[in-house]
Write a protein that binds this ligand. Structure first.
Ligand code: F6P
Length: 373
């Protein structure tokens, strides 16, 4: 058997399922193909500083169900535009990708398996263009990668949102409150749409459908008129009012995608409370990083295991420069060149779940409520 040395890294924001991919890849590469593995720590940063650990059956045992990444992660380190100090001690940005490639050569790495979302996979493509043998695996709770039907991490996040909405329903009802629940997803509303439908939200606000405050107030009043004196609003962090802009929490300068969204639940709560006056108290709940933490859902464990097993097979067959993907329930692969740069967003006109939600009486805040008798 041709003994290869495989390196693995996890980049970008973490997502439940990273450990399941690492686990399956390690087991498959060692037991099926007889390969040796190392894992670079903190994503691309470890590749630059040559900070790695061996991945063995012993040190990966028991991690399949656990969230996070035993290799840690970073969503700041783009080695093609990296912050370093020059000879005068001044901080400059520089392409240090050749240092990473030299490190791979020094360690005798034959192939690099990169687990990440859009930003991480953009660098994966760029390393592939420079001749590195790369295989990508699609990760993100946002489910916004166009080249795969699902990313791992998304299902777990939806489960967490659904569970939270179940809890918030009972307390909202007791106090006749309006509760505004902010969920992640960047500029795509998948988590809000899936979590909102599964958790019986009354209003779902997503980046793809701008809303008006008037339409939300109307929905609250319509519920009041039916004796439903509480309302659950799920708002995606990237949602915006018609004619408005996104709500930015902070700018992380070193990040390939520097804008961190956040704060819309607080803003909306303030606006709605002003409009509703004494009628209802409004409370914001920001689910934040709970959506990425804890145990990985069974669906994501299985998807990650399928991705990990297939990535090992791709390395064995030297199908480099590609990313594993899910294509209509079948695990397959796509060229990394086709993976990056086009975010998968909800199409309000054609996505079935938007229609399903409307059929359920959910308001997206874009239309006045029409209730036929
Ligand atoms: O891309 C995953 C994600 O969790 C987004 O949903 C969110 O906008 C962002 O990462 C948060 O990033 P950070 O962990 O840097 O706050």
């Amino acid at each position: 058997m041709d003994k290869k040395k495989i390196a693995v890294l996890t980049g970008g924001g973490d997502a439940p399922g990273l450990n399941a991919v690492i686990y399956t890849l390690t087991k498959t590469c060692i037991l099926k193909y007889g390969y040796e593995l190392i894992g670079y720590k903190f994503g691309y940063r470890g590749l630059y500083t040559n900070d790695f650990m061996p991945l063995t059956l012993e040190n990966t045992t028991g991690i399949l169900h656990k969230g996070g990444s035993i290799l840690y992660s970073s969503n700041k380190d783009n080695l093609f535009d990296y912050k370093v100090k020059d000879e005068n001690g001044n901080v400059i940005r520089k392409d240090v990708s050749d240092v990473a490639i030299a490190n791979l050569k020094k360690e005798g790495v034959d192939a690099l398996c990169i687990l990440g979302g859009d930003g991480t996979l953009t660098s994966a493509r760029d390393f592939a263009r420079k001749g590195v043998n790369v295989v990508g695996v699609p990760k993100t709770i946002d489910n916004d990668l166009a080249a795969t039907d699902r990313t791992f991490g998304f299902n777990t996040a939806v489960n967490i949102v659904t569970e939270a909405l179940g809890r918030l329903h009972t307390t909202a009802e007791s106090h006749h409150r309006v509760i505004v629940v902010e969920v992640m997803g960047r500029n795509a509303g998948w988590i809000a749409l899936y979590g909102g439908i599964a958790g019986s939200a009354d209003v779902i606000l997503i980046p793809e459908i701008p809303y008006t405050l008037d339409n939300i107030i109307q929905k609250i009043h319509e519920r009041d008129s039916r004796g439903k004196l509480f309302t659950i609003i799920v708002v995606s962090e990237g949602a915006m009012e018609l004619g408005g802009t996104v709500t930015v929490n902070k700018i992380v300068k070193d990040s390939p995608d520097p804008i961190r969204l956040g704060g819309i639940a607080n803003k909306l709560t303030y606006q709605l409370e002003k409009l509703l006056g004494e009628e209802h108290e409004v409370r914001p709940v920001v689910l934040g990083h709970t959506q990425r933490g804890g145990e990985t859902s069974p669906y994501d464990r299985i998807l990650s295991a399928r991705f990990g097993s297939y990535a090992a097979k791709m390395i064995h067959e030297e199908k480099y420069g590609n990313m594993v993907c899910l294509d209509h329930s079948v695990i397959s692969y796509v060229p990394l060149e086709k993976v990056v740069g086009s975010q998968k967003k909800i199409n309000p006109e054609t996505d079935e779940l938007v229609e399903v939600a409307r059929d359920l009486g959910v308001s997206f805040g874009d239309r006045p409520v029409i209730r036929k008798k």
